[in-house]
Design a protein around this ligand. Structure first.
Ligand code: S3P
Length: 430
């Protein structure tokens, strides 16, 4: 097992980082480029392993995809009808977004396909997508009655449905929307809490129509989508590690450039401001589809907070690093309503609690979240990413707060969403 020694010793961070492309938007831009007619040019694409898995799956479906540079992708789409029955099993690697969204696309295609991923994907629940897609008319099977991969799909002849999501999940919503675009009639989804709306925005960007009114999203089948140019904003979920690092390390000031500021994703900004973070957003811009800005973060004096309810989907992927932040805030931070963390790349309630405890944090797991008592000074130890990219990056930031040596097992998982993470971190350490 590969193990590396992490930088430690309360370093201060200074300088600027251009945040790499958003993972959710990169996936979707490839998917929409593949199912639309004409040329799509994607710039600032995230060449992380997850997004490369999406490209590999569409190539296996016969789509012409070129990567001139790692962050520039050109797709010559031929519409949904251009997708061909794959000869091999489609492999999504570690990517939950790829498998769940692809299932929606494959469910509408009149051919047979099998889709699988790595060991982590094999443990993640799929009934949340196979159930509504089966109701729409797809024939799907998999281990444990379609709950686990590999999943086999015979698609086609879908009918629009009205569906209430049992959990707030953008992946499930998006999967049903992709099926809805291929279904007869209208498909309407009711969300329990608002989740990221990149799919809805991108349907419009590719010339389609979708209505969203609060928690209700509707799409009509049989629309013509056409290829377009997509600029992918920087990923706020990647910026999150530097937002926390800049706030908790001494004498620090970081400028994080080009960060996507879609309001369904900015929960971490709201929570950090409430905790007392010295943060400024400048240069707000973006196209008509996704807002962008630069964020300045400085060393901050932080107090604890409570995070729950509708806030959770707005920062679900940032909870590991917010837990670390809370170890450096005065008082007790409580995170509730976050059961979904148990079915991410790892059980993120357990991995966050166990790994941060190894470094001396005062943190406890609950059924639906965690309780963190601050402030604590962190110590050395050997920790593991458990193959979960966000756990790996959170621990690399935690190590900076320790004086004794910290070792990280399985650091390569970080390339799933942020291949340049260590280079960027090194460039701002004083
Ligand atoms: C994602 C949605 C979220 C998030 C994941 C990416 C997306 O998952 O955790 O990293 O791109 O739609 P859920 O929809 O399962 O909550």
């Amino acid at each position: 097992m590969k193990t590396i020694q992490l930088q430690t010793g309360m370093k201060s961070l200074k300088g600027e980082i251009i945040i790499p492309g958003d993972k959710s938007i990169s996936h979707r831009s490839v998917m929409f480029g593949a199912i639309s007619r004409g040329k799509t040019t994607i710039s600032n694409f995230l060449p992380g392993e997850d997004c490369l898995s999406t490209i590999a799956c569409f190539r296996a479906l016969g789509v012409d995809i070129n990567m001139d540079d790692p962050d520039k992708v050109v797709i010559n789409g031929k519409g949904f009808e251009g997708l061909k029955e794959p000869e091999e099993v489609l492999d999504v690697g570690n990517s939950g977004t790829t498998i769940r969204l692809m299932m929606g696309i494959l469910s509408g295609r009149p051919f047979f396909s099998v889709i699988k991923g790595d060991v982590s994907i094999g443990k993640r629940p799929m009934t949340r997508v196979t159930k509504p897609l089966s109701q729409m008319g797809a024939i799907i099977d998999g281990r444990e009655k379609g709950e686990f991969t590999p999943l086999a799909i015979r698609g086609g002849n879908l009918k629009g449905i009205e569906y209430t999501l049992p959990v707030a999940s953008a992946q499930v919503k998006s999967s049903i929307l992709f099926a809805g675009l291929q279904a007869e009639g209208v498909t309407t989804i009711y969300e329990p809490s608002k989740t990221r709306d990149h799919t809805e925005r991108m349907i419009r960007q590719f010339g389609g129509e979708v209505t969203s009114d609060g928690l209700v999203v509707s799409v009509k089948g049989g629309q013509n989508l056409h290829g377009t140019d997509v600029y992918v904003p920087g990923d706020i979920s990647s910026a999150a590690f530097f937002l926390v690092a800049g706030a908790v390390l001494p004498d620090s000031e970081l400028i994080l450039k080009n960060v996507g500021l879609n309001p369904t994703r900015t929960g971490i900004i709201d929570v950090m401001k409430e905790m007392g973070a010295d943060m400024e957003i400048i240069n707000q811009r973006g196209d008509e589809f996704e807002p962008i800005g630069d964020i300045i973060i400085r060393t901050s004096s932080l107090k604890s907070t409570e995070i729950e309810g509708d806030m959770i989907p707005r920062l679900i992927d940032e909870i590991p690093v917010i837990a670390l932040l809370a170890t450096q805030a005065e008082g007790t931070t409580v995170i509730r309503d976050a059961e979904e963390l148990k079915v991410k790349e790892t059980n993120r309630i357990d991995t966050v609690v166990n790994e941060l405890r190894k470094l001396g944090a005062n943190i406890e797991a609950t059924d639906d979240g965690m309780i963190i008592r601050g402030r604590t000074s962190l110590t050395g130890g050997t920790v593991s990413s458990h193959g979960d990219h966000r756990i790996g990056m959170m621990l690399a930031i935690a190590a900076l707060l320790a004086k004794e040596p910290v070792y990280l097992e399985n650091p390569d998982a970080i390339s799933i969403s942020y291949p340049e993470f260590f280079t960027h971190l090194q460039s701002v350490i004083e």
